[in-house]
Design a protein around this ligand. Sequence first.
Ligand code: GLY
Length: 260
Amino acid sequence: MLIAITRAVSPAIVNCELSFIDRKPIDLGTAQEQHHAYEKLLDKLGARVISLPAEPDLPDSMFVEDPAMVLDELAVILPLGTETRRREAPSLAQALAKFRKLEYVSLPGTLEGGDILRIGRKLFVGLTKRSNAEGIRQLATILLPHNYEVIAVPVTGCLHLKSAVTHLSGNTLLANRAWFATTPLAGHEWIDVDSAEPHAANALALGGTIIFPASFPRTRARIEARGFQVTPVNISELQKAESGLTCSSLIFANTDSARS
Ligand code: GLY
């Protein structure tokens, strides 16, 4: 059974952090409707959705992927790279403690889950404005006994590593290769985003389909042309908060043995 932890959209989302896009007005009701549709889709695709209550004072708190990372063996709670978001972690840690033993990365290390791309036993971690070398070093130390390899990937031009590259299945990555150093990921098959859709590299593979923003039809055609089934979802209002698709959930297997 898969668990998907999500969090309701904060009424403060209009004051969200923005790094690489300009601010546009966000309609709260539309953002909430789109997030609810996303949660329903995760449920339909086989995940048990645990929707945490909104945090009225924490604008970006629906992006539950960033303050934590979950593996079969443990969950790691992360100090976010932007001070305004650090208070998102405690309530998420409380929810994750029901499923996993917790470990912590500490300041001056910073790390955000949007920068962590897991492919099997390898974790590619973006070096970005949000995630620094000390955070990556601490993560590697925590994961060493669990036989994971942590590999740093310099990123430019976007918020997180997973804004620029995500894993579709097997050896195939969807990417905007202009935004990160590709050498650490050499040997993979690439699907490049359409040049008119630079933000289209963040897709979520779940339940035999690729969940993908409805706003990127040209890249969708490229993914389908490579044999993948795509499920479009409208996140237009959430994209104004620099949202992708992976950042709004933490999805993991419910392995009770992991807490022992
Ligand atoms: N608005 C998402 C972030 O900047 O963290």
